[in-house]
Design a protein around this ligand. Structure first.
Ligand SMILES: [Zn+2]
Length: 253
């Protein structure tokens, strides 16, 4: 029963995340007005706004003007629902931690897609989320308060170093300042052990995709990648599998 409730909640929050992803980077209110078709401006009726189901019934088209609705909408809803259910399965023994895990995941999903589309990481999500998780660290069952604060601000400081290194030495913005702020979000909730794994995964996946794009699309080395998207991916994987990955790496060395 709890699992069904969480899946439904995930679909609803996923639908809200789509609104956040669409409106937050362009500084539109995420509360009002009601959702509308970006092409014909028609307000979307509540029965056409049911997560996943409406997309299937409407076959991915606006009821009024027939313009295509991005497949991103149902995909985000399904992925959010899956993540909520999976958090419950993984962390259900500690309901408070599971609740904060789904907040963390929701923020990562929004950041991943906003950075991918706009190359920005809004402060509301990075610093806002970071603040929430620093406070939560007093109740965190896995890591201590010191771990949360040191990991959050220590990794942010290291990234500030990278930021100025790129700026001075290579004369490019290799990292945005949004990535620095995102360190506080990630570090405060993950703690040092899972943070190391998250950064490792983000760097490897970013490097692989970067090299792939340079070779296949013949872009030059100054190509900018949405590193926040890779940080989100690393943070997500590390949240669930950071410990087994760390144990695996320790067993090799
Ligand atoms: Zn329309």
């Amino acid at each position: 029963m709890e699992e069904i409730v969480l899946i439904i909640l995930g679909l609803i929050i996923g639908s809200f995340l789509n609104v956040v992803i669409y409106r937050l980077p362009v500084k539109k209110s995420i509360v009002t007005p009601r959702s509308y078709c970006p092409r014909c401006q028609t307000k979307i009726k509540f029965y056409d706004n049911i997560p996943v189901i409406s997309f299937l019934i409407l076959r991915g088209k606006c009821r009024k003007c027939g313009s295509g609705i991005s497949v991103q909408y149902p995909l985000v809803e399904i992925f959010t629902a899956f993540s909520f259910w999976f958090s419950y399965r993984q962390f259900g023994v500690s309901p408070l931690y599971a609740a904060f895990a789904i907040v963390f995941i929701s923020i990562l999903i929004a950041l991943a897609l906003i950075d991918l589309k706009h190359m920005i990481l809004p402060d509301e999500l990075t610093l806002g989320g970071g603040g929430v998780f620093l406070i939560f660290s007093f109740f965190h069952p896995e890591i201590g308060v010191a771990d949360a604060f040191i990991t959050a601000f220590g990794s942010a400081m290291i990234f500030v170093g990278f930021y100025f290194f790129y700026l001075k030495v290579r004369k490019i913005e290799g990292l945005g300042f949004g990535d620095v702020k995102m360190m506080i979000l990630l570090g405060a909730f993950l703690g040092i052990k899972k943070m190391v794994i998250a950064l490792l995964l983000a760097s490897i996946s970013g490097l692989v995709v970067g090299v792939f794009i340079i070779i296949v699309k013949k872009k030059n080395l100054k190509l900018a990648l949405p590193f926040g998207t890779f940080l989100s991916l690393g943070g997500y994987i590390s949240l669930f599998w950071g410990r087994p990955i760390l144990m695996f790496l320790q067993s090799i060395y």
